[in-house]
Design a binder for this molecule. Structure first.
Ligand SMILES: [Zn+2]
Length: 409
């Protein structure tokens, strides 16, 4: 039952080394993914992504997809893979997969994401009232390479974030070099609140009227009330941004598909890719955080949604000529969740100083992947920034992390 496949003991690379390979036939998806990965590893070095120069540098783009808190038990485990059919089926076979990535900082949303985006463990206010204290990757990238604000975006569902996630309080950096930050779900929440206040809740059953409600909230002169920072935070949204969001709203409302906060975050992210083609895009999904309300079924549904939307983002990378062949995409959770039976109510929360909460996984796809492999060596969230700075062609960042050498530079 607990069989491990060791493909290359010399460099510590193993296939699925940290997963139990199930005998249970219902877990075939996992084995199929593992089998395909084996095929990829033993095939001649075909080099689908080979280029004459390394992938880093002026044209290289980076998309970081962050999932909220999900445990290994509900994702990359024999019991969990049914929740992540795209990651475990379609994507793992071409990925550089880190089986163990540790959050060694504060396992609360704002601090976790700040740590990922600065390369230093941040211990600021959990609710985003204080900016990270060391420069974000956005600021480093923009200041060192002279990149414009339109090159850096954060699109997030997470309500524990604020626009202070886009820039630090570090001297010589700060908002002048920060990212555009938008919270599409906030638009939905405000539109519903406006409709409630004005007795127009009947509108929420009619898709055309929902669109009108969302647009009127978007057009409101105080869009900063949404907590966004877009370009120079003028009174009104920059017209290109407004059109971008309107497109996403129209698709969202008229698709007939699910209408969760993460769906809208995905659609806005995709429109941002199509209209602005940023070199550094961070997308944060958080439907999984419904776990705080105690619904395990909705938490699992959130994982399935994030799995599908991450896959759709990858499909956009492959279809969009501005991204195709020159993009590295990372997918990782902010942290896990507490173990079952813990005093903090298990999956509801992410506060315990336990492996279940601190230790998750990361998948890397695209240009910086030299060959599909699983890395068992534990890495840390703070290792991302120095690695991504290298991919973007920036000088090294001042970071507590270390550059991941498995990525092709
Ligand atoms: Zn949470």
């Amino acid at each position: 039952m607990e069989k491990k496949l060791c493909l290359d003991a010399q460099n510590g690379t193993r296939l699925a080394g940290s997963f139990e390979l199930p005998a249970d036939p219902s877990k075939r998806t996992f084995l199929r993914a593992a089998g395909l990965l084996v095929a990829g590893l033993i095939a001649p070095q075909g080099r689908a992504h080979q280029t004459l120069r390394g992938p880093s540098g002026p044209g290289h783009k980076v998309v970081v997809v962050i999932f909220g808190g999900v445990r290994r038990a509900e994702t990359f485990s024999p019991e969990g893979i049914v929740n992540i059919p795209h990651l475990s089926g379609d994507l793992i076979q071409k990925s550089l997969f880190y089986a163990s990535i540790r959050n060694e900082g504060v396992t609360a949303h704002f601090n976790a994401i700040s740590s990922i985006l600065t390369g230093n463990w941040q211990r600021v206010d959990d609710w985003g009232k204080l900016a990270p204290t060391t420069p974000t990757l956005f600021e480093h990238f923009r200041k060192r390479l002279g990149a414009s604000r339109s090159e850096t975006w954060v699109v997030a569902s997470n309500k524990a974030l604020t626009n202070l996630i886009g820039a630090s309080s570090a001297s010589d950096y700060g908002p002048e070099f920060g990212a555009n930050v938008v919270f599409p779900k906030q638009l939905m929440i405000m539109a519903v609140a406006d409709a409630l206040r004005q007795g127009r809740t009947g509108n929420m059953a009619d898709r055309a009227k929902v669109e009108a409600e969302l647009e009127s909230t978007l057009e409101g002169s105080n869009y900063e009330g949404l907590g966004w920072t877009v370009f120079d935070a003028a009174e009104r949204l920059d017209p290109r941004t407004r059109d971008t969001i309107k497109e996403a709203i129209a698709t969202f409302v008229h698709s007939g598909g699910p209408t969760s906060g993460d769906e809208l975050t995905f659609l806005v992210s995709r429109e941002v890719m199509r209209k602005f083609s940023p070199r550094l895009l961070v997308v944060i999904f958080s439907d999984v955080e419904v776990a705080h309300f105690g619904s395990y079924a909705l938490h699992l549904a959130g994982i399935r949604t994030a799995d599908r939307l991450a896959y759709q983002l990858w499909q956009e990378v492959e279809a969009n000529l501005e991204y195709r062949g020159k993009t590295t995409m990372l997918v990782l959770p902010e942290f896990g969740r507490d173990p079952d039976g813990s005093t903090t109510n298990g999956f509801f929360n992410h506060r315990a100083n336990e492996e279940s909460t601190r230790n998750t996984w990361m998948m890397i796809l695209g240009s910086a992947v030299d060959k599909a492999q699983v890395i068992e060596r534990p890495i840390r969230h703070v290792d991302l920034c120095p690695t991504l700075a290298g991919l973007l062609g920036c000088p090294p960042m001042d970071s507590q992390g270390a550059r991941l050498l498995e990525l092709k530079a």
